[in-house]
Write a protein that binds this ligand. Structure first.
Ligand code: ADP
Length: 276
């Protein structure tokens, strides 16, 4: 009888555990569904805003053939700017979704960090050719070990961080690129600036999709709000970490990430993409 009761108890316990797991699973599925709905709502809003502006501009141009030439030019430039913003948004959104769904083929190889920094700097300079950039200084030790990464994606991370550092730093400010061996078979790369800085309670949020400082600033600096989310996905893929530091508003920022040195067997890609 004792044996039978024990068996029954065992079965009941297993059932209770299975039920608890099922509840957990249900909660997780509901959370995932909420994230998905939020994402669709945010994405829809982000796409609708530039689309509405383009529509208003084109409608005005079509309805008012006698519009003064200067105003006409303003309307055309606004529509063109928003069309470009829309193109960037779609491109960044597709990149992020490819990264998150694991549909990217990675080709890691031994690379000199300095060459990747040079490529990223040329891309930033050509993208921001019309504005004067702050002074950019590269301070890489001469004996830097090779890193193990996919060159295209490493340049993408460096370009996005440098783009931001230049965008949020006044022309008379400074941007620096540094790297050091962090004694853990990883190289720690830092993109620092003396610009607008980040409030301490925002240091994590800046990596969320579509996070941007609200208001007029957003209009003047452009961007999609997806750059840092993309950087995080790439860095996590090679088993590294990325984080931001700042002493606060107007006190500059440092974005740091780690990347495996050639021969590092410890770094493992993140198993699954993290949701924000
Ligand atoms: P985007 O730059 O396209 O707006 P990101 O994902 O690259 O999007 O950055 C998100 C937000 O994080 C920016 O809009 C800005 O508010 C903040 N941020 C990023 N880099 C910096 C920086 N170097 N200094 C100050 N704020 C920054």
């Amino acid at each position: 009888l004792v044996e039978a009761i024990a068996t029954q108890l065992g079965v009941a316990l297993i059932q209770a555990e299975a039920y608890a797991n099922l509840e957990d699973l249900n909660e997780q599925l509901e959370a995932l569904d909420r994230t998905r709905s939020n994402l669709i709502a945010i994405t829809g809003h982000e796409l609708r805003t530039p689309l509405s502006t383009i529509q208003i501009c084109l409608e005005s141009l079509a309805q008012e053939p006698d519009m003064p030439l200067e105003l006409r030019q303003v309307m055309l430039n606004t529509a063109l700017d928003d069309a470009e913003r829309l193109r960037e948004l779609v491109q960044d959104f597709l990149t992020l979704s490819r990264l998150e769904s694991g549909r990217v083929e990675w080709h890691p190889e031994p690379l000199p960090l300095g060459e990747c920094v040079d490529l990223a700097l040329s891309s930033v300079r050509s993208r921001q050719a019309e504005v004067s950039l702050p002074q950019i200084t590269t301070c890489l030790p001469s004996e830097l070990p090779l890193v193990q990464a996919d060159g295209e994606w490493l340049v993408e991370v460096l370009s996005k961080l440098l783009d931001n550092a230049c965008k949020f730093t006044p022309t008379q400010g400074q941007v620096t690129i540094e790297a050091q061996d962090n004694q853990n078979q990883m190289l720690e790369v830092t993109i620092g600036d003396t610009g607008r800085g980040i409030e301490p309670n925002r240091l994590e949020a800046v990596f969320d999709r579509f996070y941007q400082e609200e208001g007029a600033l957003r209009r003047t600096t452009g961007g999609t709000g997806l750059g840092l989310a993309i950087c995080r996905q790439i860095v996590q893929n090679w088993g590294g970490q990325i984080w931001a530091q700042s002493d606060g508003k107007d006190l500059g920022s440092q974005f740091r990430f780690t990347i495996p040195i050639v021969g590092n067997t410890k770094a493992q890609p993140a198993e699954s993409a993290s949701e924000t």
